[in-house]
Each structure stands twice: as C-alpha cells, then as structure tokens.
Design a protein. Structure first.
Length: 768
C-alpha cells in the first residue's frame, strides 16, 4: 500500500478526526460529564479510525496516513508518545488511567492549570503546548500508534504513521524552567536525548513491516535561526543513517520550507513533502537544489487550508513540469486536511454556482487521486471539456463604495481628546472590571435557536426567550459588580458565523464543522462574493440589554480581519480588498450601535496575527492593510464613543506597533502564551518605548480553562499589570469570552476578578 510500483502515487498528509457527524465531540463531552463510559469513548475513537483508513484506502489513494486521530490534540499526543510529561503533572501519572491523565494535562483542574493553548501556524487550530525543562527524560510509548497500525494491517491496509518531527516537537514546546539571568533554558538542548527515542520507534516499526514513516516539521516553514537550522541538519543526518528504519518522509506544511529543503536534500531522507499550494516553488528553482532529483517528492498541490476546487488543468501542467525534475513523484495535499470540513455533498442549500467551486476533505482526496491518475495515464474523457468558469459574485454598489474610501475615513480624533470625552460621558472608576462578550450557551438557548431554524418556533417566541436570557445575564453581572456589562451573545452560535449569516457575499454551512481544539468545533463561513450589510445585525439585542441597566453595555462586533481570517476566502482578488468590503459593513453596524445609544463598542480582532506571513517578507504590507481595515471599521463614531478591541499580543515589535496603530481606546489581550508572559512583554515594551499607550486589559485568567482563579492570584496579576501600564489605563478582564464555561465556574471567577480589581483600585486611589 505504501510502495508506489507503477506510475505516480497519491496520498494526503492527514484527515479530519472529529467524525463526519461530530461523533467524537459528543462522546468526549459525554465522558467529561460522566454520561459516557471510558470503554464507550474508546470505542468511538476506534470506529472513527477504522472508518477513516478503510474509506481512504477505498478512494484509490496509494498511501494512507495513520496515527492522525486524536482524542484532544495531536501535538500533546506526540509529546506523550515520547514521554514528555511536565514535572508538575508527574505526581498524578500513576494514580490516573492514561486517558484521564491525558485529559488532566489538556483541561487541567481547579488546582492545576492545563498546558497552555497556543494557535497553530496561522490556522484556527490550537494545540496544548508541551512543557520541557533541563531534567526532561524521554521514553517511548507507542501503544496507540501500533494498535491502529496492526488493526489496519489486519484489513490488508498498510498505514504510513504520522509523527511530529523531533525538532518541531522541541520548538513547539515551552521551556518549563529558565535558570539564571542570561540565556535561559533552550528546548533544543534536549535534541540529543530525544533522537535515540525516535530511532527506537523506527526500529519497532521496521520490524513490524512498516515501509514508510512521516515526520512533520512545520516549524521550518517559519523564519529560523542558524542554530535552529543546524539542529535540524544534525537531527536528519543522524536519523536518516539509522541502522534499522522505514523510509522517511519529512514534510514542511503551512508554507515555504526554505533552507530546510536544501538541508534535507543532502541527507539520506528518502522523501520530502512540500506545501506547494501555499508556496508554489517553480520547477526550475527546485532543480537547482543539489540532491533533489534523488528524492521522492510529495507534491502538495491540493490545499488543506481552503475549500476551493483546484484548477485541474493548471495543476496537472505544473505537476508534469515537476515530474521532469523529480520523476519519483506523489501527488498530495500541502497540509493535513484537519483544517477543512468533511464533505461538501452534505450541504443542501449552498447556491449551485458556489457549491460547484467547493472541495471539502472528501473532495480533495478525490482531486489528489484524479490528478495522480491523469499524471500517469493522461486526462480521462471527462477532462476533455474544460468546465465553464464560474465568476465570483460582484456588486457594483459595493465596489463603488470601496473605491470612494478616503484617508479621513480611517482616522479619529487624537486619543487624549477621546479619552477626556469618554471619561466625562462614562465616568468609569480606575481599573474597571468587564468581560469580553460571550456568556455560557445553555441547552435551552441552543434548542430555541434550532427550533427557530426548523420552523418550530416563531421569531417573536424566539426573541422572548433570548430577551429573558439577556436580562438574566445583565442581572447577574450587576450582582457580581462588573463596571461594564455585556449582553452575553446568547443569540449567536459563533462570533464569525452569526455575522456571516447576516451579510451578503457569505455562504454558511450546516455540517461544515472544523475542529479548533479538543471538542471545540466551528463552521467557518465561505466568502464567495462582494460583501455588504443588508440590515443591522446586533443593534436589536444590545439595545435591549442597555435598556435594562444604567451601567454601560458594550456593543459586540467581530472585526473585518478576523472575519476573513476565520472564513474560507475568495481567491480572485487580494485579501485587502475583501477586508475593506467587510470593514465597510462593520462600520455601518458600529455607527448604528452608536446611534442607538451604545457608548462602548468592542470590535474584536483576536485573529489579526493569524494572517501574519510565516516569514518576514510581506509582513509589513499585511499589517498595513490589516490596520487600515480595522480603522475603517471603527472610525465613523464620535470621540466620546469608546472603541474596544480584543487581540493576541506578540513579542514582535512590528506586531506591537501595529496593535498601537489600530488606535482602539482599549485593547483586551489574549494570553496567547501565558498571562505572565504578556505582563513581562508589556513591561519590556513600555520600557523600550514601543508599548501600548492606550487602555489595556491584559486578560488575567484563561477563559478556556475550567480552573477558578482566587482573589489573591488575580490581585497579584493585576498589580503587576498596573506597574507595567499604570492603573489609569488598566482594565480587569478574562483573556477571552466565557461561552464554553459553566455558570458554576464563571460566577466565582468573575466575583474574584471584581474583588481583585477593587483592591488594586483602592491602592491606586487611597483617598477614595
């Protein structure tokens, strides 16, 4: 199954794993609630695995990947495969079942924070970051990998096990201990301890009859230091000369493999996988790399990051040229298909001319097989007539409006002028306490939304249910003592999909689920045409919430860059043009919220860093138009209207400068690495003169964790934040929305947050 005997091979680098009907999500959440047994959960996992590899083998793929299933996160799986257990979790390892210990690391508990949740290479997927220190010892635990391999082999299917490469495993991990003041602990210092464990795995696989193993090294599609590249070279010089091993496929997913490609070409690694859908290297450029002609090339021409069908004629022509350079060629996907939905044929009401352009995971597998066959045998009869080109939907009025944008539409009065006007109007205390939008989505509300969609509930009945939930949310926040309230977003299924369903130019799916992390899934919308706003989208709900209280209630809108970062975007025009179209629609909503009497409006941009190019080239231009789009969306209001945003911080000066240039009155920060890291970065950036100068809310507890922080802990973090950015500009908030939490977790956490904020406030204003 793995060896390609005749012609050109076909393969993919990974597949969705949540189940076509989200079977794993339901089983996981049932297990966590206690309604599903461990055996039942394990059975669901086995069933998803077996249906996947059997189904993929039946499509005609010449190679099927294995070890791509995960009960929560594949990066955490790989850490545990090699025995990388953080010291803080080890005391619990022997007393828990391995599955429960795994979930402890992924989800934590009140007295033990989980591993940090970190975004994965510009995608909407998040992984739990392994923790390593200088005392980390590695050991092999391949039971799950081998069990799947054996089950597939019993069905006469040889899987190609997929394993995270050793250098990326170390680079994606967090240094759990930093001794001394200079340098600190470098996770790459563990490489020589880790490589023998990989060799041990290779030997076991080879003795079992495995002919190929896939090692993913996505870290090397980002800019890397000479030391990191040297470690990469050392690793593959050694692994490729191991005494007993399967053939090795090393992949560079999510962009340009860069110098790593040249390094691999000079080793004994047999095969290299390139993401040619994200970075289309020219055949003549590839031919200049010494040693490349001797390698099997996994040509990743089918994108795993979007849902558009490939142009099969252009792609086949490109593959023919590549085959002249690398005759041993396998048609493949550029990345795992984890980031796209399962099957477009399950969608029953996407417009025909849009649906005809779409390819989800199942269709992308078909494209790979079809291209490999055409490359071997020539195009079939059904290829003879090129399909009629379908144009993306354009609207003259939208395009005219974009052309009429002026620089003045992207600017507001100076911050100090706005700050004084806002303080007069809002009269907020120092260190105001708030949340970032969403409150838990109850079963009752989800059912009401479903019944509305099924026609079982009239809109008036639905509105009354939502209003009752909004009122309960407002009363709870007043009782807790928050200074700025939110309406809870009970009417929203997802921050992106909600607005996409109300905007022209977007298509939404019924079953297009994509895993974000663990059991968390979203349905990314599809931007297929020019974008406009037919009517107000959130004004009704937020106005109702504001009518219930004298405290300010924030308007909640998703920003233009996040709307496109979390959607599958049309490819016939530059991203910045689409961003400006979305920004104009959001601008209309923001202005309408202000007219309705909403004094604080939060325009969320948590994804603004997701589209940042992996390498330095193009970053400045991207940040320029991303900032411009946000400012276009938010600059139509008066000085006394306070604009908030919600964003991920960064250690890169260029990103910090871009956040400052957004010119939001208050920036709430996602703790993308750790809360302590954000506070440290804020202090350092402020000291160096390029920090944030407006209001800042450094999220002081992780909203995605079930852990309830205590008052003293929050006080300590807020005090540190006040020292970094001054109490006058400090806000107290979690680092994200609270949609995924339960009320029994949310309420004590927020009460502790308010108490801690009041402590800091009293110390900052002792005469109060």
């Amino acid at each position: 199954m793995v060896n390609v005997q005749d012609g050109y091979g076909s393969s993919i680098l990974g597949y969705p794993r949540i189940g076509p009907h989200r079977e794993l999500k339901r089983a996981l959440e049932g297990y966590w609630r206690g309604g599903v047994s461990r055996d039942e959960l394990l059975a669901v996992g086995r069933d998803i695995q077996e249906r996947q590899y059997s189904g993929l083998a039946a499509t005609g793929l010449t190679q099927v990947p294995g070890n791509t299933f995960s009960f929560y996160d594949h990066i955490l799986d790989n850490a545990l495969l090699f025995g990388a257990v953080p010291a803080r979790f080890k005391p619990y390892q022997d007393e828990l079942h391995p599955l429960d210990f795994y979930f402890l690391m992924a989800r934590g508990r009140p007295d033990l924070p989980p591993l940090e949740l970190v975004r994965f290479f510009g995608t909407n997927y998040h992984y739990r970051q392994p923790e390593l220190d200088e005392n980390t010892e590695f050991s092999l635990h391949p039971e799950a990998l081998l069990d799947e391999w054996d089950r597939a082999k019993a069905s006469d299917i040889e899987l190609r096990p997929v394993v995270l490469g050793p250098v990326s495993l170390l680079l994606l991990s967090k240094a759990g201990h930093i001794p001394g003041e200079a340098g600190g602990f470098d996770t790459l210092s563990l490489l020589d301890k880790l490589l023998p464990v990989y060799e041990e795995l290779f030997e076991i696989l080879a003795k079992r009859g495995s002919t190929c193993v896939q090692l993913d090294e996505p870290s090397f599609t980002s800019e890397r230091t000479p030391e990191e590249l040297a470690a990469f070279e050392r690793a593959y010089q050694r692994l490729s000369t191991s005494a007993l091993r399967p053939r090795m496929l090393v992949t560079g997913q999510y962009g340009d493999f860069g110098e790593a490609l040249r390094i691999l070409a000079e080793t004994n690694v047999e095969a290299i996988g390139l993401d040619l859908a994200s970075y289309r290297i020219q055949p003549e450029e590839l031919a200049q790399i010494p040693g490349i002609r001797r390698k099997r090339l996994y040509a990743g021409v089918i994108s795993g990051l979007n849902v558009w069908r490939a142009d099969r004629y252009v792609t086949l022509e490109y593959l023919n040229e590549l085959a002249k350079v690398c005759p041993d060629l396998v048609v493949s996907t550029g990345t795992t298909l984890l980031h796209v939905p399962y099957d477009v044929l399950a969608e029953y009401d996407i417009e025909g001319n849009v649906a005809d352009r779409l390819a989800f995971a199942q269709q992308k597998v078909g494209e790979v097989v079809s291209l490999a066959k055409a490359l071997t045998e020539g195009p079939s009869d059904k290829w003879r007539k090129r399909p009629t080109e379908v144009h993306f939907k354009q609207k003259h009025a939208v395009r005219q409006r974009v052309y009429a944008i002026t620089p003045g539409m992207r600017s507001r009065e100076p911050y100090e002028v706005r700050r004084e006007a806002q303080q007069r109007k809002l009269n907020l205390p120092p260190v105001p306490a708030t949340t970032l939008g969403s409150f838990p989505q109850t079963t009752k509300i989800r059912q009401a939304r479903y019944d509305l969609g099924q026609g079982k509930l009239s809109y008036d009945e639905y509105r009354k249910k939502i209003e009752a939930e909004i009122e309960a949310t407002i009363r709870l926040q007043e009782d807790i003592g928050l200074d700025v309230l939110v309406h809870g977003e009970h009417e929203r299924n997802d921050m992106i999909q909600y607005f996409a369903e109300l905007l022209d130019g977007f298509a939404t799916t019924h079953f297009g689920w994509v895993q974000v992390y663990g059991s968390r899934c979203v349905r990314p919308p599809i931007i297929y045409g020019d974008v406009s706003r037919p009517a107000p989208m959130s004004v009704e709900w937020i106005s109702y919430a504001q009518s219930l209280t004298d405290k300010p209630v924030k308007g909640m809108v998703t920003g233009p860059v996040t709307m496109i970062a979390r959607s599958f975007v049309r490819q016939d025009q530059p991203l910045y043009e689409t961003a400006d179209q979305v920004a104009l629609a959001i601008r209309d909503e923001v202005v309408d919220l202000e007219r309705a009497g909403i004094s604080i409006i939060q325009v969320d941009e948590p994804a603004i860093r997701e589209l940042l190019p992996m390498r330095p080239q193009g970053r400045a231009e991207y940040l320029r138009w991303a900032v411009a789009a946000f400012r276009l969306a938010t600059s139509g209001v008066k000085p006394e209207t306070q604009i908030h945003t919600h964003i991920g911080y960064s250690g890169r000066t260029e990103v910090v400068d871009a956040i400052e240039e957004l010119d939001a009155d208050v920036t709430a920060i996602v703790a993308t690495r750790s809360i302590e890291w954000v506070l440290k970065a804020l202090r350092e950036d402020s000291a160096s003169g390029h920090g944030l100068s407006h209001g800042v809310g450094p999220g002081v507890y992780e909203s995605r964790s079930a852990r309830i922080p205590d008052i003293d802990e929050l006080d300590e973090l807020l005090t540190a934040a006040a020292e970094a950015i001054s109490p006058e500009r400090l806000w107290a908030n979690p680092d994200g929305g609270l949609k995924t939490r339960h009320y029994w977790q949310l309420e004590p956490s927020l009460r502790n947050l308010v108490a801690a904020a009041r402590r800091v406030r009293r110390r900052a204003t002792p005469t109060e």
